[in-house]
Design a protein around this ligand. Structure first.
Ligand SMILES: [Cu+2]
Length: 152
């Protein structure tokens, strides 16, 4: 009888473990990435721009908090805004990316501004750009992406 009870409790432990794990753990998922490209520029250009569509198809709210590109001295998320007929660029330190929403970066609007290139880029080549996110718990997540250099 004693052994039988032990067997039952061991079975319950085995059955319960994955159930508890599923309830307690939070699995981070990156948003879906589409339409990513970096605009080809003359070899002497010291500022380049990259564009991407970020779709948060997950069930968690996210924030886009920045970008990092190893081939550049600086990378920032910018928004082009027209003020009194003048186009200005504003750094976006935090872009809300609520669940089931998307952020579209395209020429004339949001973009990844890449400054101080450390090398020259050819059309067709790929450039590593990493996007930085913050989840609801405040944890940082880095998404490593390769942007093709294109002339559009
Ligand atoms: Cu800019």
């Amino acid at each position: 009888m004693k052994i039988f009870l032990i067997v039952i409790s061991v079975c319950l432990l085995l059955v319960n473990r994955p159930l508890f794990a599923e309830q307690d753990s939070y699995v981070f998922e990156f948003p879906e990435i589409n339409e990513l490209w970096m605009r080809a520029a003359p070899p002497n250009a010291n500022m380049l721009a990259a564009y991407v569509t970020i779709e948060n198809n997950t069930q968690h709210n996210l924030k886009l908090t920045g970008a990092y590109a190893p081939d550049f001295g600086m990378a920032e998320i910018h928004k082009t805004i027209e003020e009194d007929g003048v186009l200005r660029m504003r750094e976006q330190h935090e872009l809300e990316l609520p669940m089931q929403s998307s952020v579209v970066m395209e020429p004339g609007g949001l973009h990844i501004m890449l400054m101080m290139p450390q090398k020259k880029f050819k059309i067709g080549e790929k450039v590593r750009i990493c996007l930085l996110y913050q989840d609801q718990a405040g944890a940082e997540h880095v998404q490593h992406l390769d942007f093709p250099v294109m002339m559009k």
